[in-house]
Structure formats: C-alpha cells, structure tokens
Ligand binder design. Structure first.
Ligand SMILES: NC(=O)c1ccc[n+]([C@@H]2O[C@H](COP(=O)([O-])OP(=O)(O)OC[C@H]3O[C@@H](n4cnc5c(N)ncnc54)[C@H](OP(=O)(O)O)[C@@H]3O)[C@@H](O)[C@H]2O)c1
Length: 222
C-alpha cells in the first residue's frame, strides 16, 4: 500500500490499534507520541508529538514530510463538569481536542498538499452529539472538534484532501476503564472500520451501535 500515515497518540488505546492496522495493510506509519520512547508498536517510526505544542507539531511535520494520511486520534478525558469542574481541566479539553487537533491539521495540511493531496481522519465521539453534564468539558470539546472537522473538510476539498469523521461510543481503552466491559467496543474493530472509512474517502464513520443511535437521534436534539 503506497501511503504514509501519521497517527497522533499512537502509543496506546485506539491510536495504537489504528497504527497497527495501517502497518498490517502495508503502509509506512509514523507513530506520534508525547513520549516516543513509550511506542512499542512493531513496524512504525516513533515521532515526538505533543499536539498542544506548536513547536512539537512543526518539528513532526518536518520529520514526517512524506505523510499522505493524517489521523488525529490523541485525546484526553478529564470528566470535568462545566459548572463544578476546574477551569484548567475544561481548558485542557479544548486545548487538546479542538486547538490541538487544529494545530496538527494546520501543520500537516501543507505536507499533504505537497505530497499530492491525501486524507485526514478525525477521531470524534458520540459525545460530539450527546452532551451529558457528567462529561460537559469533554462533550463541548468534541462538539467543537466536530464543527472543525466539517469546516476544514470544505476548506481542504479544493486542495485534494478528504476529511473523515469517526464517531464512536465506548471503547475498551484506558480512557474509560471505569465503564463495564460489556458496554465497550473492541478498539481493534473500531480501528478497522476507521481505516476502511478514511481509505474509501468516507465523510463519516459510525463505528458502533451507539454512534448510529446518536446520529439517528440528532433531529431530536434540544
Ligand atoms: N475510549 C473511548 O470510549 C472513546 C470513545 C469515543 C472517542 N474516543 C476518542 O478516541 C481517541 C483515543 O482515545 P483512547 O480511548 O485511545 O484513549 P487513551 O487510551 O487514554 O489514549 C489517549 C492517547 O492520546 C494521547 N494524548 C493525549 N494528549 C495528547 C497530547 N497533547 N499530544 C499527543 N498525544 C496525546 C495519549 O498519550 P499519553 O500516553 O502521552 O498520555 C494516548 O496515546 C480520543 O480522541 C478519544 O477522545 C474514545
């Protein structure tokens, strides 16, 4: 497969599974991680990348100058509520999911364009669409990342770059270790669906039942 991929947050969780899936399909894969020494995925090239640090993003875009597919996967969940949570946590969610993702897109869009166009996959959530008080900060940041995804899709289309949104409910990763196993989808399956989606130029991937229900219920949003 003649593509070169960069996955953010590729050292664990869904990012790791997406990196492994691309390696299995024969792609060249850069595994972006805040601590590149924590990457132990076979067949990838670790790259230091903190998506909230513009200098780190700039350096990664220089190192990974042959990228044709960018996967914005890195994320955090502070579980901060908007009224009672710390403002630092609420800002961290926006800094990561919204400004961090935007940093990486701004850094890599010229790379993708120089390499003849390509594709971006943004890892979103059912919480881009459902906004419970218990995850107010996360949901607001994922909603912002959804809006960003739609807007950059329009902006990048004339530059030959497709943008795919991945929506998913709970996955069995560190992020939601507090959720019972039977409510979580295997991140390996989500990774496979995500990679199929971005390679086929899909606008949107609804990776599990919860994502499909959340999408169907959008017209009932208050
Ligand atoms: N798990 C779920 O149920 C679920 C559901 C819907 C959507 N999602 C989304 O799926 C994506 C992956 O989450 P996950 O479940 O795999 O979580 P995870 O296991 O907690 O992994 C999060 C990854 O993001 C990285 N990361 C966090 N902040 C970063 C930063 N500033 N720069 C670079 N990397 C950073 C982490 O790196 P470190 O190791 O350095 O911390 C880690 O590799 C996230 O966007 C998340 O919001 C998750």
């Amino acid at each position: 497969m003649n593509i070169t991929v960069l996955v953010t947050g590729a050292n664990r969780g869904l990012g790791r599974k997406i990196a492994e899936e691309f390696v299995a399909r024969g792609a060249k894969v850069y595994a972006g991680a805040r601590r590149p020494e924590s990457v132990d995925v076979e067949g990838v090239i670790p790259v230091q990348l903190d998506i909230t640090d513009p200098d780190s993003v700039r350096r990664a875009a220089e190192v990974a100058a042959d990228v044709t597919v960018l996967v914005n996967n890195a994320g955090i969940s502070t579980r901060a509520g908007l009224l009672t949570g710390s403002i630092a946590d609420i800002r961290a969610e926006m800094d990561t999911h919204y400004f961090g993702t935007l940093n990486v897109i701004r850094g890599f869009a010229p790379v993708l364009e120089r390499n003849g166009g390509g594709a971006i996959l943004n890892v979103l959530s059912v919480l881009s669409w459902m906004h419970p008080a218990t995850s107010g900060a996360y949901a607001a940041a994922k909603a912002a990342a959804w809006a960003l995804t739609d807007a950059v899709r329009d902006e990048l289309a004339p530059r030959g770059i497709d943008v795919t949104a991945l929506h998913v409910g709970y996955m069995d990763t560190d992020m939601v270790s507090y959720i019972p196993a039977e409510q979580k989808t295997d991140p390996e399956l989500v990774a496979r669906r995500a990679v199929d989606g971005v390679l086929s130029g899909a606008v949107e991937v609804l990776a599990d039942d919860l994502a499909q229900h959340a999408k169907a219920a959008l017209s009932q949003v208050r």
